[in-house]
Design a protein around this ligand. Structure first.
Ligand code: DOR
Ligand code: ZN
Length: 344
């Protein structure tokens, strides 16, 4: 039985760092594990300009506890971006790409994209600059069931984007269905991030007769056993199109309630790499963890792989139930639950 595992240091290609006090409390958790993180731009005032990107990057890096830690910022795409600033910021690597939130699909997405036809210029610029389009792939409409949003997004909007911009590189964020996994596997220029929670939970862990567990509620919502298995398989099978994106998304406990008006988001930064390692161990795939955690991401993003080696040990521990500091209190995913691996 493997007791110790050394791999290249990972990166997390999808994290929410928030702002102000929350940012100062949580950043050290992601930088404990990762050398680089993509910092999602859905802050209260979204990051839509090069100046905001510069400031946000510098605030996050200051709050990390490692001098080599790097925050990479995608631009929050709106219906009316300043395209001149956007294009320049991509050229200068101030933006790593653009993040497309369909309007009202998740936290702070009210300024998201109302119709993809309105942002064809943005796609054109990303394609020309060889920069990434990151997509929250959910079609939101009254007549689409919450569990079917990913499939509708793929069949409708994503198909149109890919047909019109065949060289545009796309990351389908937090893939949550077997359907999404198959789509990524069988198409060109598209990869996917996979969260730990989508490989650990099903809808039975979230939805009860008259209430929900708000600490397991996220967007996209977790799905069925068959989806969970397809995601585990995609992560573990050594397919270069899948990599880490925890979607670690903290909300203060007071923002969480046991109904569908609750804020969506699961905070996993306290133990994310340990959870991925446990999943790979359960799947008898520790030999492919490094590929998923530390190689596929940089390769897809055309960035160098990290040189530093980190070591995980098989040694059980219990993350605290809450991250609590200053006036912040967040429920930790897997808080008070046993985890069998620990990053040294
Ligand atoms: O559950 C989620 N929370 N999904 C997202 O896409 C956004 C995130 C957040 O920012 O809270
Ligand atoms: Zn997210």
């Amino acid at each position: 039985m493997i007791k110790k595992l050394s791999i290249r240091q990972p990166d997390d290609w999808h994290v929410h760092f928030r702002e102000d006090e929350m940012l100062s409390v949580i950043t050290k958790h992601s930088s404990r594990i990762n050398r680089r993180c993509i910092a999602m731009p859905n802050t209260t005032i979204p990051i839509t300009t090069s100046n905001q990107a510069k400031n946000y990057k510098s605030i996050i890096e200051k709050n990390s506890n490692h001098k080599n830690f790097e925050a990479l910022i995608p631009c929050y795409i709106t219906d009316n971006l300043d395209l001149h600033d956007f294009s320049n910021a991509l050229k200068q690597n101030l933006f790593i790409g653009g993040k497309l939130y369909p309007v009202n699909s998740t936290t702070n997405s009210s300024l998201g994209v109302s119709d993809i036809k309105k942002i064809f210029k943005v796609f054109e610029i990303l394609e020309k600059e060889d920069k990434m389009l990151l997509i929250h792939g959910e079609k939101v409409s009254e007549d689409i069931n919450i569990f079917d949003r990913e499939k509708y997004y793929i069949d409708e909007d994503l198909q149109i984007i890919r047909k019109n911009f065949q060289n545009l590189k796309i990351v389908l964020e937090h893939v949550s269905t077997a359907y999404g996994v198959e789509y990524i596997k069988s198409n060109k220029n598209i990869a996917g991030t996979i969260t730990p929670h989508h490989m650990l939970l099903t809808k039975k862990d979230v939805f009860f007769d008259n209430s929900i567990n708000p600490h397991h509620f996220c967007m996209p919502v977790v799905k069925d056993e068959k989806d969970l298995l397809a995601l585990r398989n995609a992560a573990c099978i050594n397919n270069t199109k899948f990599f880490i994106g925890t979607d670690s998304a903290p909300h203060h406990v007071r923002e969480k309630s046991e109904n569908l008006n609750t804020k969506a988001g699961i905070f996993s930064a306290v133990c994310s790499l340990e959870l991925y390692t446990e999943i790979f161990d359960e799947e008898d795939s520790l030999n492919t963890l490094e590929q998923f955690a530390s190689i596929n991401g940089p390769n897809f993003y055309n960035l160098p792989k990290n040189e530093r080696i980190i070591t995980l040990e098989k040694n059980s521990w219990y993350p605290p139930e809450f991250t609590e500091e200053k006036s912040i209190k967040i429920k930790n995913f897997f808080g008070n639950k046993k985890i069998n691996w620990k990053l040294l």
